[in-house]
Design a protein around this ligand. Structure first.
Ligand SMILES: Cc1cc2nc3c(=O)[nH]c(=O)nc-3n(C[C@H](O)[C@H](O)[C@H](O)COP(=O)(O)OP(=O)(O)OC[C@H]3O[C@@H](n4cnc5c(N)ncnc54)[C@H](O)[C@@H]3O)c2cc1C
Length: 396
């Protein structure tokens, strides 16, 4: 017997789950959101760099889509990519309506070029973009009557006559439709491999497994992404993802001899691979505790750019005794993101009717290699679509 029942149940309180819940509520659904830890616990809030959308005069959603297609090595789902890039500007305006204040300059957005991008397209909120987005979405969810169940991890999901029954911690919740927004699995995988990860401890992937056990299809599931610039030293910065915007604002990768060995703004997988190979060739460095590394020469970033777009990164390193504007950083790739996931259609519905998926748990939008700044975008674009579609289906 369920202790409560709703039109739409959302699982997860990252950017995608919050966007889905807010949209489902606005579409007229009675919405519940259950999550594993506190509402604030998620990877989305840790995102620093930014979110992509084609606002530049020389840019367009088509150009953005072309960059995604190339960075994915032509493995992404083109239909999903066109939705992602086509709805990006509207998603940004929606976030602004909810209170997100993107950094601006010269009368427009401050745009940076990120790895794999042919244009400057990355919007930022200083270097705490994910924090700003999740705070605004959470405020909206909490003030709009959505019932939240923190500390209620999904442990079981079964079909019922009218929809789904979910076991979430101590609660049994019935819902006509369910949106899975429980993120990826890189924290667990890194632990199993004995590696560092940028991820939050909640990123363990059991919700994907629950969906797969019910018969949902996955794609590109083996494709895990390494962030090229994990912090390698000092110890308290190991596993920290040095924002890609350091490279967008002029930082370059150097080997032990101080030589540039790769295009520092190439696609993520290419840059990570180049670092690993440079170290294998014996041209890397070793941290004081014996870990492999190369240099990220952040001294090339201007103080003005750093103060506007990298203040959090500066604070973190300076607290550890290192000033990134005066000395190079030790860096090495670190496990970061699940590229693939549950197969979805244009409304973010999985291959199981009435079960939706959005954000990192879903596959297709990035193919086998995601570009920076497209994950927060995916959370907003497909979170909104999933919430609206789930509420509408629940009413039919
Ligand atoms: C350090 C870092 C920096 C990043 N920087 C950027 C960036 O600059 N730009 C960008 O676009 N992307 C960035 N990313 C990637 C991006 O932030 C994430 O991929 C994206 O936000 C994932 O959002 P999500 O909503 O799918 O998942 P998450 O934000 O991870 O949220 C998942 C939610 O599901 C919950 N959950 C997990 N298991 C269960 C369960 N069993 N039951 C109930 N709830 C569960 C979790 O507790 C959490 O609340 C970064 C990621 C990290 C880690």
């Amino acid at each position: 017997m369920a202790d409560s029942s709703f039109d739409v149940l959302v699982i997860g309180s990252g950017a995608s789950g919050l966007a889905a819940a807010v949209s489902a509520q606005r579409a007229g659904g009675r919405v519940a959101l259950a999550t594993k830890g506190a509402l604030q616990s998620c990877n989305s809030a840790k995102a620093q760099g930014g979110i992509q959308a084609a606002f530049g005069d020389d840019d367009s959603p088509e150009q953005h889509a072309e960059d995604v297609w190339k960075s994915s090595h032509e493995t992404a789902d083109r239909g999903l990519v066109e939705i992602l890039t086509g709805e990006a500007p509207a998603a940004i305006h929606w976030l602004e309506e909810l209170g997100v204040e993107f950094t601006r300059e010269n009368g427009g957005y401050r745009l940076a070029r990120c790895g794999g991008a042919s244009r400057k397209r990355l919007l930022q909120v200083g270097d705490r973009t994910g924090h700003a987005i999740t705070t605004a979405l959470r405020d909206s969810a909490e003030s709009s009557g959505i019932q939240t169940f923190p500390k209620s991890p999904l442990a079981g999901l079964a079909r019922t006559e009218n929809g789904w029954r979910a076991r979430c911690g101590d609660h049994t919740i019935d819902a006509t439709t369910v949106v899975l927004a429980a993120g990826g699995r890189c924290f667990r995988v890194a632990k199993e491999r004995g590696e560092l990860s940028t991820n939050h401890p909640g990123a363990t992937g059991e919700v994907t497994q629950i969906a797969v056990d019910l018969g949902a299809e996955v794609r590109d599931f083996d494709a895990l992404q390494y962030h090229p610039n994990g912090g390698a030293w000092p110890q308290n910065m190991q596993g920290y993802s040095i924002p890609e915007t350091t490279r967008a604002y002029g930082a370059v990768l150097l080997n032990a001899d101080g030589e540039e060995f790769t295009d520092s703004l190439g696609p993520r997988d290419a840059v990570s691979q180049a670092i690993v190979e440079e170290v294998e060739k014996g041209k890397g460095l070793e941290t004081p505790d014996g870990r492999p590394a190369v240099y990220l020469d952040t001294t090339r970033v201007s103080e003005a750019d750093a103060n506007v777009s990298l203040p959090y990164m500066l604070r973190r390193y300076r607290a550890g005794g290192i000033d990134p504007l005066r000395e190079r950083l030790f860096t090495y790739p670190v496990l970061h993101y699940q590229n693939g996931g549950l197969v979805i259609d244009a409304n973010a519905e999985t291959t199981l009717e009435g079960l939706y998926a959005c954000g990192e748990i879903a596959g297709g939008t990035h193919g086998r290699n995601r570009m920076m700044g497209n994950s927060l975008l995916e959370c907003c674009v497909f979170g909104r679509r999933a919430g609206k579609a789930a509420a509408e289906k629940a009413k039919t």
